[in-house]
Structures are given as structure tokens and as C-alpha cells.
Design a binder for this molecule. Structure first.
Ligand SMILES: C[S@@+](CC[C@H](N)C(=O)[O-])C[C@H]1O[C@@H](n2cnc3c(N)ncnc32)[C@H](O)[C@@H]1O
Length: 213
């Protein structure tokens, strides 16, 4: 890509991001349950990881790899599990040159325990592997979140930082878990977890930054 084309593309991306952020802020101001754009979700994850930052980031559900791309400069190791064949292949191509990125193919229900077995220290989890409509994959269950949390609960390290996307979907309907079940499972991992929801993300960590007024 030529230099001027690249510059034009990054200007377009910036304008798109700013427009989405403005829409989000307007919705919050109106009092709506607003779904944050990716830039805000990434900022929430960044703000809520305690210092010093863990060295390992684990994601369930790679999709197009946008979160992997954002996290790879920040972590010594980024591991992401994707069930869909095409999305997996594309992610492997995208991150082929990144030595600290590992894309794992399969259902996180089956793959997460193997990844956990390699961890000896607190890690950051971004649990986001669930069926999301056409072009995405589906595992043994449409949303394996409770299985993932039970698998993390079986791990000897108890102070992982856990982010779970799409908090609004935990409504206890049509086979989906209820928020209280998700919170209950998180407290089983560590009863000292501080649990919050910010920008549609459930956050579980042993420390939380103070609110900003
Ligand atoms: C909402 S998207 C993930 C978005 C991505 N985490 C991000 O931050 O950009 C959900 C992804 O999870 C994948 N998926 C669905 N069920 C899964 C499972 N059981 N194990 C692993 N991946 C799964 C889907 O194919 C889809 O790519």
C-alpha cells in the first residue's frame, strides 16, 4: 500500500472510531444501556488490569482477531481459541509473524483446560467465545461461559483477572445463564473477587480502580 493510501485509510479509521465513540457517549447521556464500540471495550480492559500487568492474555472466540491485535504489544503471550474453521485459518494468517500469538483451533470447552494447564501465574481472560450469528461457530453449547468459569475455578491460581463480554445476554432465558449464576461461578473461583459490570463487560478482579466522579 502506498504511503498516501495508508494515511487516508488511517484517517478514515480514526473518523469512524470517533463517530462511534460520540454515539456511545450520547446514548449513555440519554440513560440507555449502551453497547460500547471496540475502542471503549479495549480501554475498559486496559484500565481494569492491575499493575503489574500479567504476562499472559487468554481469549475465547478470536473472530477477526481485533482484540488479539490490540493485546499483542501489551502481553508476553496472547492465546486465542476459535472454533470456526474459516475464522481460525484467517487469524492464523493474520498473526503468522507474531511470535507471541497462538491461535488455537477448537471448542473452548475442550481447549481451555489444556491452556490452563500451562499457566503458572495470574493471567487475563477475555471470555467471549459464543455463537454470534451467521459466519461464526457454535460449540457443544451456544454459550459455554459457565463451563469456562468452572475450568478456571479448577486452576490452582486464584487471582486471574476475568473479563466476560456481553453481560446483557445473561438473562436466564432460552438456555442462557442468569447474571447471578455467572457471579456465583466467579465467586467460586475467588470469594474475594470484586465484581462489576462496565460497558456490558463483567469484570472480576481482586482489586478495582476507584470510580471517577
Ligand atoms: C463475539 S465473537 C468474538 C469477538 C472477539 N473476541 C473480539 O474481541 O473481537 C465470538 C466468536 O466466538 C467463536 N465461538 C463460538 N463458540 C465458540 C466456542 N465454543 N469456542 C471457541 N470459539 C467459539 C465464534 O466463532 C466467534 O468468532
Amino acid at each position: 500500500m502506498s504511503k498516501s493510501k495508508g494515511l487516508l485509510q488511517s484517517l478514515k479509521q480514526r473518523r469512524h472510531r470517533l463517530r462511534n465513540e460520540r454515539r456511545y457517549l450520547e446514548a449513555v447521556r440519554r440513560g440507555d444501556y449502551a453497547l460500547p464500540p471496540p475502542s471503549v471495550k479495549l480501554a475498559i480492559m486496559e484500565r481494569n488490569v492491575p499493575a503489574p500487568r500479567p504476562r499472559v492474555f487468554v481469549e475465547t472466540g478470536t473472530y477477526h482477531g481485533e482484540t488479539v491485535a490490540a493485546m499483542k504489544p501489551l502481553y508476553a503471550s496472547v492465546i486465542s481459541i476459535e472454533i470456526d474453521d474459516t475464522l481460525y485459518r484467517k487469524a492464523c494468517e493474520r498473526f503468522a509473524l507474531d511470535a507471541n500469538v497462538r491461535i488455537v483451533h477448537g471448542d473452548c470447552a475442550g481447549e481451555l483446560p489444556g491452556i490452563l494447564a500451562t499457566l503458572r501465574e495470574p493471567a487475563v481472560f477475555w471470555l467471549d467465545g459464543h455463537y454470534s450469528g451467521a459466519g461464526t461457530g457454535k460449540g457443544v453449547v451456544a454459550d459455554p461461559i459457565l463451563m469456562s468459569l468452572d475450568q478456571i475455578a479448577a486452576h490452582p491460581v486464584k487471582d486471574h483477572v476475568i473479563f466476560i463480554d456481553d453481560a446483557r445476554t445473561f438473562d436466564g432465558r432460552e438456555g442462557r445463564p442468569d447474571l447471578s449464576e455467572v457471579f456465583g461461578r466467579l465467586k467460586k473461583i475467588n470469594s474475594r473477587y470484586i465484581l462489576r459490570i462496565l460497558g456490558d463487560i463483567v469484570i472480576a478482579a481482586t482489586a478495582a480502580p476507584p470510580p471517577v466522579c
